[in-house]
Design a protein around this ligand. Structure first.
Ligand SMILES: [Zn+2]
Ligand SMILES: [Zn+2]
Length: 151
């Protein structure tokens, strides 16, 4: 099941309000970069966002894309995900979820927590430790690749 960003229009509105509070404006560039990120929930890298956003906005630079993504993360509208331990990917799904990476085709899927699921109960935390952020990374085969392997 793919969890799409709740509602792109509402998220854009939240971004606009959040930026306004910081005394900034939702410029065309900021808006465009965010829209590109919201358009496909496939966890692109900053470079991928840049390549998708550039054709419609020739003036866009990679540095601007990095900046916009950074402000989105700071404002809680996107998060950084390290899927393979090296490159940073961006995810605009603000709901609690883990990531499932297909080891064959590399596709990354957002997987929601089950209702009432509590990750903290899966681990034996030392006394006095508190989890403030959790990143669940599952690896396996997606439905398509799994089917091909059993043929
Ligand atoms: Zn995600
Ligand atoms: Zn696959």
């Amino acid at each position: 099941m793919i969890v799409r960003a709740a509602n792109p229009r509402r998220q854009l509105k939240r971004y606009e309000e959040s930026i306004a509070q910081g005394g900034m404006r939702l410029t065309r560039q900021r808006r465009h970069v965010y829209e590109v990120l919201l358009a496909r929930p496939d966890h692109p890298t900053a470079m991928e966002v840049f390549l998708r956003a550039k054709p419609e906005m020739k003036s866009l630079s990679l540095a601007t894309v990095y900046n916009v993504l950074e402000t989105l993360v700071q404002r809680g509208l996107a998060r950084k995900v390290r899927l393979d331990g090296t490159s940073t990917h961006y995810c605009a799904n603000t709901m609690e979820h883990g990531h499932f990476t297909c080891v064959v085709c590399g596709a990354v899927l957002d997987v929601p927590l089950l209702d009432g699921g509590e990750l903290e109960k899966l681990h034996r935390l030392p006394r006095g430790y508190t989890v403030v952020q959790q990143e669940v990374s599952l690896h396996g085969t997606c439905a398509t690749c799994g089917k091909k392997m059993t043929l």
